[in-house]
Write a protein that binds this ligand. Structure first.
Ligand SMILES: Cc1cc2nc3c(=O)[nH]c(=O)nc-3n(C[C@H](O)[C@H](O)[C@H](O)COP(=O)(O)OP(=O)(O)OC[C@H]3O[C@@H](n4cnc5c(N)ncnc54)[C@H](O)[C@@H]3O)c2cc1C
Length: 369
């Protein structure tokens, strides 16, 4: 029986492997992609999707088509766990799937404050496709009257969501849209002071309120309860709070880091189970803790492809070199400008936005089938 490679999640780190499935088939291997959706949305363009700068079809990869056109099998399902000894995956549908090698690129989900469930009119920023529904709901409610939206979260995703909502309200030209950011205890605390200042100034100038009154303890329709006991109200809520692994791999007997992230060695391989690999947000790279940013997921593409093939072939694997700890981030402010940040270089302007748009569109083209 041909050896079976299962790719779990068609995320940013698996795109090259999915596109090169024919290479695996030529060597006599079978490849299956398991994903809850036939489409994978690119997070970097998520804020532009919410704002209406991009259409949904411009910001997503047709991962089902990519897998099937290369001769792979696509299973629309979500992996819930695995038995590393039996080498089987457990799927949400109740089915099981055997593997000889498996790679996880299941990303992260938003950690929903309170009981973990999303109430009506509360949208989590991930998966990014949620932003399609959020956009439709904002437009529908705005057409009926003034609307208030609270963005819960204090990181760059919350900044970009607030900017995108402002843009959406402006371009809708219907009723007033009030946007507030419930930023926890300190807005953008992980960014340098200059980036914080630029972001605040930009939001304040557009009437977006940034509140630093404490973390959200519970979120229900129309209400955000803060850890202090205060309640903030808003018609709609967008959650850009902290992230957690999408699949509880630690509970399945795989070594994980605090938080439940899949531990991998320099070959992006589980130290306890050499047939288990991973990339993107869902891993903890043991050699050096990496930020949960798409930059690393993208850089892992060629190493994952080579090492999955190398493992099946029984050849030596190559190490992943994450690169210098300073990498480029550009935050889309929604007003036609962006904040550029790389090392000590920080500025806001239209050129930063144009650069981000160029890089993102190029990335989308690179991995199209
Ligand atoms: C609004 C926003 C903007 C961002 N902008 C940037 C940016 O500009 N630059 C940057 O570097 N980073 C950015 N990030 C961070 C970036 O989103 C993540 O680091 C990146 O998405 C990680 O990629 P990934 O492929 O690991 O995970 P994901 O993008 O989360 O993809 C995971 C995939 O796994 C699938 N999946 C999930 N659960 C299962 C399951 N149980 N079984 C099977 N499949 C599953 C999902 O459907 C999805 O296709 C942004 C994040 C947000 C929220």
């Amino acid at each position: 029986m041909a050896k079976h490679l299962v790719l779990v999640g068609g995320g940013h780190a698996h795109l090259m492997t999915i596109n090169q499935i024919p290479v695996f088939l030529d060597k006599g291997y079978r490849v299956t992609l398991v994903s809850p959706s036939p489409l994978h949305y690119y997070s970097g363009m998520g804020p532009g999707l919410l704002a209406g700068v991009y259409r949904p079809e411009q910001v997503r990869f047709p991962v089902r088509h990519m897998a099937e056109s290369g001769g792979g099998v696509f299973v629309q399902d979500a992996v819930q766990g695995l038995d590393p000894k039996a080498r089987t995956l457990r799927l949400a549908s109740g089915a099981t799937l055997e593997y000889d090698a498996v790679s996880f690129n299941t990303g992260s989900r938003v950690d929903v404050p309170g009981n973990g469930a999303l109430a009506p009119d509360v949208f989590a920023v991930k998966p990014i496709e949620n932003l399609v529904a959020a956009r439709e709901r904002v437009l529908e409610r705005l057409a009926r009257g003034p609307l208030s939206v609270a963005v819960v979260g204090g990181g760059p995703a919350a900044l970009e969501m607030a900017g995108a909502l402002w843009r959406l309200g402006r371009d809708a030209r219907t009723n007033p849209l009030a946007v507030q950011v419930l930023a926890g205890r300190r807005f953008l605390s992980n960014l340098p002071a200059k980036a914080q200042r630029l972001a605040r100034r930009s939001l304040n100038a557009r009437g977006v309120e940034v509140l630093e009154e404490g973390y959200a303890a519970n979120v229900t329709t129309g209400e955000v309860l803060l850890e202090t006991g205060q309640v903030r109200t808003a018609d709609l809520v967008i959650l850009a709070t902290g992230i957690a692994p999408s699949v509880p791999l630690g509970a399945c007997g795989l070594p994980t880091a605090p938080g439940g992230w899949l531990a991998v060695n320099k070959f992006l391989q589980s130290p306890a189970h050499p047939e288990v690999f991973g990339g993107g947000d869902c891993i903890h790279f043991q050699d050096r803790s990496l930020d949960k940013v798409g930059v690393y997921a993208v850089r892992q593409n060629p190493v994952l492809r080579d090492n999955l093939l190398g493992y099946l072939d029984g050849r030596p694997l190559r190490p992943f070199h994450p690169g210098p700890p300073t990498y480029l981030l550009i935050f889309n402010l929604g007003d036609g400008t962006a904040i550029y940040w790389k090392g000590g270089m920080i500025y806001q302007g239209r050129t930063a936005w144009l650069l981000k748009d160029y890089i993102d569109r190029k990335f989308m083209r690179k991995f199209q089938p």
